[in-house]
Ligand binder design. Structure first.
Ligand code: EPZ
Length: 425
């Protein structure tokens, strides 16, 4: 199992490009299953999570090939086995987003029920509620969700809000099922995340009729079949935000290419409050640290609010601010595995329910730390860049799930990270 040795402190300077979005790519890969034939996706990053999803699609009977030009070709001509097995779903919960497209295309699907995960309880009740309202019969057998719609699906008006607001993959699943349903579907309280909008654009490029894209009310007029597509996924706003936090935290100045700041207004707003300059230019932006890091409060919310997927990285940043900040997590109230690890690096953090009080310190001190989930690991890496000494981040496979060769890309802008084999399991 690989570890990172991170020497700090460093000051990041230079240019880094953002890759295609992992969380847009996964549901879009699932969407290609709706249309018989070969679809080609451009910009899908090379990540562990994408490999898991590729395996999942292949075992359905659809060959997936990474072409020489880097595009991902998925041949969904035939689907022999509409099953998402336990072995794959337990590796990656996003596997659940094959439910909607396979139900719509094959009239039956079995997917292992995802269990708990490091960031908290993650039920799929809203996914199932939406599919039931489209006419699916759903039951649970031996840990598998079995959904059937032998007569096809029928459009419906569906309220998809839950106790924590909208659901990203739930909206994706129901939208993908509804595009082939008879009649009109309205999804109210739909997730507005740019990744959901990107999926809707891809579906429309396949011939679907989805409107209200990017708003909480999606209208979907069902059609009888879709065609394969060539589609480019959007850049990863969470990767962009991670680079922004790293630049700010190291007192650096970094130009971030392929960065859609329009999709990141809450993040840019918080950075500016923290005293960081963000200037949009061309298809990217320049992020420059100010004289000092000013404390700021952050509350995570569904889009367009501040994303939960950047909460850990911004907590690391605020840990070095000149005063006290409060970070409140409203999407996954238990998503705080990084708190204890950052504390090992001399951050002054106190967890109170779903909030963390951050008392800024002048310096972080390197320590051996353990990555627990993807974004918590990213927070530890950027803390390591700013900390004094050599930080060892164990279990970096978590970070490889969502960031492509992050150490090489950060090293090109001034980081000193080496990847070594071994480390604490
Ligand atoms: C997506 O997960 C992302 N994953 C997550 O990114 C991200 O943290 C999350 O959205 C929130 O933005 C992918 O896109 C692959 P949700 P998802 O359904 O769709 C509750 C990362 O680090 N809920 O929007 O599974 C749920 O418990 C990952 O890249 C229900 O109550 O999240 C949570 O409190 C991790 N019932 C809230 O809704 C449901 O049926 C939002 O979850 C579904 C969700």
């Amino acid at each position: 199992m690989d570890v990172f040795q991170i020497e700090g402190p460093v000051r990041l300077r230079g240019h880094v490009d953002v890759n295609g979005s992992k969380n847009a790519s996964l549901p879009i890969m699932a969407a290609t299953l709706l249309a018989p034939g070969r679809s080609t996706l451009i910009g899908v990053p090379v990540l562990a999570d994408i490999s898991v999803f590729k395996k999942l699609i292949e075992q359905l009977g659809c060959p997936v090939e990474r072409q020489e030009d880097g595009a991902l070709a998925i041949d969904a001509t035939k689907i022999d086995n509409p099953v998402g097995p336990y072995d794959i779903v337990r590796q990656m919960r996003a596997s659940v987003c094959i439910l909607g497209p396979l139900l719509a295309r094959c009239g039956r699907v079995e997917v292992s029920m995802p269990g708990g995960c490091a960031i908290g309880d993650r039920p799929i009740d809203l996914h199932l509620l939406g599919l039931r309202q489209l006419g699916a019969q759903i039951h649970l057998k031996a840990g598998y969700v079995i959904a059937e719609a032998p007569q096809g699906l029928k459009g419906a008006s569906i309220f998809l809000g839950g106790p924590f607001g909208s659901t990203v993959l739930g909206t994706a699943n129901v939208m993908m099922a509804a595009v082939l349903a008879k009649g009109r579907t309205i999804i109210e309280s739909a997730a507005c995340e740019p990744e959901v909008a990107d999926l809707a654009h891809c579906l429309n490029a396949m011939g679907a009729r989805v409107s209200g894209i990017g708003s909480p009310r999606l209208t979907i007029d069902g059609i009888s079949h879709l065609h394969p597509v060539q589609y480019r996924v959007i850049p990863d706003r969470i990767e962009a935000g991670t680079f922004m936090a790293a630049a700010a935290m190291t007192g650096g100045e970094v130009h971030i290419g392929h960065c859609r700041t329009d999709d990141m207004m809450a993040v840019v707003d918080r950075l500016r409050n923290i005293g960081v300059t963000v200037e949009t230019n061309g298809d990217g932006c320049t992020v420059a640290a100010g004289e000092r890091l000013v404390p700021a409060d952050i509350t995570t919310q569904p889009y367009p609010g501040f994303p939960t997927d950047l909460q850990a990285q911004f907590m690391a940043l605020l840990a070095m601010a000149d005063g006290n900040s409060v970070v409140v997590e409203k999407i996954f109230p238990d998503r705080f595995m990084h708190v204890a690890e950052l504390t090992r690096m001399a951050a002054n953090l106190r967890k109170e329910g779903s909030a963390v009080l951050v008392a800024g310190v002048k310096r972080l001190i390197a320590a051996p730390v353990m990555a627990s989930d993807l974004r918590a690991s990213a927070a530890l890496v950027i803390a390591g860049l700013a900390a004094e000494g050599t930080t060892t981040v164990n279990r970096v496979y978590h970070i490889d799930r969502g960031y492509e060769r992050i150490e090489e890309r950060l090293n090109r802008i001034g980081a000193k990270i080496t990847r070594e084999e071994g480390g604490t399991v």
